[in-house]
Design a protein around this ligand. Structure first.
Ligand SMILES: Cc1cc2nc3c(=O)[nH]c(=O)nc-3n(C[C@H](O)[C@H](O)[C@H](O)COP(=O)(O)OP(=O)(O)OC[C@H]3O[C@@H](n4cnc5c(N)ncnc54)[C@H](O)[C@@H]3O)c2cc1C
Length: 326
């Protein structure tokens, strides 16, 4: 069975994994990132349907911490991000919202430059070796690494860690983390929506949490909306017939679509969309205080349930792994 060897294996090419990989590689470590997805960015997701383009995962990022603000400024300079808007229509909320250009995934693609990434490859199991970790991949190959960072949504991480002797207190913290689900509808329209500038609406009640007009946003060249079901609605319907659930959300969005008719739609179910219960630490070194080789977990469930949190968690995990000794 072919085995690739690296200093540090990172599972997940989402924001946390890519951010950690950049810091570790810049510090001189050999890093390999493996992701089961064909695209990069995890929950930063874009899709094309015919001539329409959609952001159907994360819709925007906000920036609070200085290092993250500087990163956003770099992305804007590189042409992969721009300010979308600074307040919801009718609400005095001046926090700038930035978007990826042309789609949110552009930021992930930018972060991936120069990294060694295996895409469309799932890590099936991880096991400890004498001095490191061995990951078995779904293509039959294996990766041997001194240190391991896992950035998948935590329930998936717990699946991977089955059989690894994690300290009980840390295991309990991982089990405590919870996520909302989100059903995302991507609908192509035959004309413009009735949504006012800047082309997005967040709703507090009912089956819909968010609607964005990808044409106004600058993502699509033809009228196209993304509709996100609320956490409650999505949890109830995530395993139901997708076509029917999509139609239900489209019907509920009627007043925002105006006279435009839906000509085609697709539905994506995010079982783990945004964390609803997060861990207070920015990442966890699960191997700390054990005889396990260095093993860390990171992602938006640690530094905060959003884009910025995922990046900061990746940075924190990189630092923690640099300091952890095999
Ligand atoms: C519908 C939706 C809307 C959102 N809206 C916003 C928003 O507007 N603003 C905001 O700030 N945040 C938003 N978020 C949250 C934001 O997208 C996340 O916080 C962030 O992208 C999480 O990044 P991450 O690296 O922690 O995880 P992920 O992006 O989930 O990355 C984990 C990666 O691990 C990979 N993986 C998992 N298991 C394996 C395996 N066994 N082998 C190989 N690879 C594996 C996955 O394919 C994935 O790419 C939204 C999320 C969703 C889903």
């Amino acid at each position: 069975m072919p085995t690739t060897t690296t200093d540090i294996l990172i599972i997940g090419a989402g924001l946390a994994g890519l951010s950690a990989a950049n810091d570790l590689q810049q510090a001189g470590h050999q890093v390999l990132v493996v992701d089961k997805g064909r695209g990069l960015g995890g929950r930063l997701a874009g899709r094309r349907i015919g001539d329409a383009t959609f952001d159907h995962g994360a819709q925007f990022m906000t920036a609070r911490e200085p290092r993250f603000k500087a990163a956003v400024a770099d992305w804007i300079a590189a042409g992969v991000a721009e300010q979308w808007y600074s307040s919801y229509p009718g609400q005095p909320n001046g926090h700038p919202r930035y978007r990826g250009v042309p789609t949110m995934t552009a930021v992930a693609k930018h972060l991936a430059i120069g990294l060694d990434i295996m895409r469309a490859t799932r890590v099936v199991t991880v096991s400890r070796q004498q001095t490191g970790w061995l990951a078995e991949l779904d293509n039959g190959n294996r990766v041997s690494a001194d240190k391991l960072l896992i950035t998948s949504p935590v329930p998936q991480t717990l699946e991977l860690l089955k059989g690894i002797n994690i300290p009980a207190d840390k295991y309990a913290r991982l089990e405590h983390i919870e996520y909302e689900s989100c059903i995302a509808v991507m609908a192509i329209l035959d004309g413009p929506t009735a949504i006012e500038a800047p082309g997005a609406i967040a709703l507090e009640e009912g089956p819909i949490a968010w609607i964005s007009d990808n044409l106004q946003k600058g993502v699509s060249t033809v009228p196209a909306v993304t509709i996100h079901g609320s956490g409650e609605f999505s949890a109830e319907h995530i395993d139901h017939d997708r076509t029917q659930i999509g139609q239900q959300l489209i019907d509920a969005a009627a007043q925002y679509l105006g006279s435009a008719q839906v000509t085609e739609y697709q539905v994506h179910g995010w079982r783990y969309s945004k964390p609803s219960i997060v861990d207070p630490d920015p990442c966890l070194l699960l191997s700390h205080g054990t005889d396990l080789p260095p093993l860390a977990v990171a992602g938006d469930a640690f530094a905060g349930p959003r884009f910025e949190g995922a990046v900061q968690s990746g940075w924190a995990a990189a630092k923690m792994l640099m300091d952890a000794h095999s």
